[in-house]
Design a protein around this ligand. Sequence first.
Ligand code: LMR
Length: 398
Amino acid sequence: LFSAVEMAPRDPILGLNEAFNADTRPNKVNLGVGVYYNEEGRVPLLRAVAEAEKARLAAQAPRGYLPIDGIAAYDSLVQKLIFGEDSPLLAEGRVVTTQALGGTGALKVGADFLKRLLPDATVAISDPSWENHRALFESAGFPVKNYRYYAAASHGIDLPGLLEDLNALQPRSIVVLHACCHNPTGVDLDLADWEQVLEVIKARGHVPFLDIAYQGFGDSLEDDAAAVRLFADAGLPFLVSSSFSKSFSLYGERVGALSLVTDSREEATRVLSQVKRVIRTNYSNPPTHGATVVASVLSSPELRTLWEQELGEMRSRIQKMRLAMVEQLRTKGAVQEFGFVSAQRGMFSYSGLTTEQVDRLRTDFGVYAIGTGRICVAALNQHNLDHVTDAIVEVIKT
Ligand code: LMR
């Protein structure tokens, strides 16, 4: 049965973790995976999370099955965070939200559901995009194309290219968009750009699938949801995958959600019934712990304030690291200018390092980055920055 099975390539992101873990060099640094590490190089357990967990443990809650679509209170709190407390869509009962296994799980449930509705559709993702977008939509049976996005020369957006490519897609294509903190480039559309993208999407009847895995890591929870809110106001159907992996530092708990914006309360009921079938035949129902913790934090005024403060601290520490990295590279006489890194947003920087330079960073210095040159700035700290910038200065020397 298994004799002809070929060896699969290592996952470009999580596969790097395996190599990093096996590396015995004491000064190794993992700038690969999108994970926030604190100043001590550890994944933090947020105080708001620890408080909610303490209360949960004390309550000795039984571990029965959850409903297929997850904890109702969690789903409703997610909706408010993404669409806004006063969203008319929520008041009208037009949004379906189901708990999901992280942002990836939400994308997969959404993709499987869309395949039933639009079996012949093409999926378009940004060039570049998160490594797993293409693989995930291809595994759901869709052909996947790229639309132009990043302009390497200016470290900005190729807006004319982006609009042209969206226009050229067959009508009713599925367009995957990063709502904020674009992964991997850290370069976002501004509101005026979003308005133009929305116009094309409406004109072509495309189906937007907004991926928001980094809400709170750009400017603020509210500001980072601006694109979702813009689409919500436009009155078209769309999907949103969201995640608390990063914003709650709950990576391993797999806490995310899929939201679907429908035309009416009645349509929402039908859509939910079908999404539940996708979930039931996939993993039955979601796990309890992470979503319970998130719901407790979001619904408690004290814990929510504490969480927002902790999220703000993570956001500003990343920004400090961006500035410090740029400054050190300058001081050390790097042959390239990296000022653009400080304008990028979220956890990542598309550093412009080539695959060969990234290989050298790893083999010669134990500094791990993604082959495309993506580095996770959120893994930098005062203890490893010197080593990382020394290494970068060295590998970019011609
Ligand atoms: C990343 O892009 O590194 C994260 O989203 C983690 C992942 O699942 O790839």
